[in-house]
Design a binder for this molecule. Structure first.
Ligand SMILES: NC(=O)c1ccc[n+]([C@@H]2O[C@H](COP(=O)([O-])OP(=O)(O)OC[C@H]3O[C@@H](n4cnc5c(N)ncnc54)[C@H](OP(=O)(O)O)[C@@H]3O)[C@@H](O)[C@H]2O)c1
Length: 235
């Protein structure tokens, strides 16, 4: 059994991961922006014991909420050994952006990159203490190659990929293993405007939850650094 922090677990990929890991008996501490967004769904707090599911306020743009989430988890569960970074935003800001779009670039970098750096940094002591820590981070195929002109999103994910490689290096001797998950389109709200691929042909969030569950059970010598998931042929 693991004790796992998951950001952005009120919907999308994070929600499916949290649900699967709870069903498997793990303790899950979720960090979400809007506490009421979780009720009446598959993570309804009434359906799960408070000894297994902890719901915390977390806004990726406010570092103090990350600190409180981590402190709260340590207080309620004693310790934790895994962190799954799912919170993220999409952006269509192109290379030749207008001045009025500059703030969206900064916000995208803050949510998709800097806040994950902070969550990993603030969790580090606990992950080291566990002697078997795991970090799983939703990057994207956009963190590996640039298709088209999604300059802000792609840059945030490339930065995140560089950060994850560096965290992997830092954690290696401390038995912390980090995995980046790099899907193309996944059937969630984030991809609902996509016309090029229908939602049934996209990777399903349940499939990513399956991978996460498996990775968390793997011994450190068999944890992959990267999982790329192509729903379309990329050559
Ligand atoms: N869907 C795809 O096609 C796809 C492909 C590759 C990679 N990814 C990556 O996978 C991750 C999850 O995406 P998804 O498909 O599950 O997207 P989603 O359905 O749009 O969900 C995004 C999640 O991030 C949370 N979030 C956004 N801004 C936040 C903030 N400031 N503070 C805290 N939480 C915040 C959202 O919370 P609210 O409900 O409060 O907004 C929501 O829980 C993201 O990093 C995304 O870039 C997605």
């Amino acid at each position: 059994m693991r004790t796992i922090l998951i950001s952005g677990a009120n919907r999308g990929i994070g929600l499916k991961i949290a649900h699967k890991l709870l069903k498997e008996g793990n303790r899950v501490s979720i960090g979400i922006r809007n506490l009421s967004s979780i009720s009446n769904g598959i993570l309804d707090p009434k359906e799960w014991s408070p000894n297994q599911l902890l719901i915390n306020h977390y806004d990726a743009l406010e570092i103090n909420t990350a600190k409180k989430w981590i402190d709260n988890t340590k207080e309620k569960f004693g310790s934790f050994d895994s962190l799954i970074n799912c919170a993220g935003v999409f952006s269509r800001i192109p290379f030749l952006y207008e001045d009025s779009e500059r703030n969206e670039i900064i916000k995208t970098m803050n949510i998709n990159f800097l806040s994950i750096w902070d969550l990993c940094r603030l969790s580090w002591e606990e992950l080291v203490s566990s002697k078997n820590g795991r970090i799983l981070t939703l990057v994207s195929m956009s963190g590996k190659r640039s298709k088209g002109d999604l300059a802000a999103y792609t840059s945030s994910k490339f930065a995140l990929m560089g950060l994850c490689q560096t965290i992997r290096n830092n954690g290696w001797d401390k038995n912390i293993r980090l995995t980046v998950i790099c899907p193309s389109w996944v059937n969630t709200d984030m991809a609902k405007e996509v016309k090029s691929t229908n939602k049934f042909d996209m990777t399903q969030p349940e499939d990513i939850a399956e991978f996460c569950s498996t990775i968390l059970k793997m011994p450190k010598q068999s944890v992959p650094f990267e999982i790329s998931l192509n729903c379309n042929l990329e050559v």
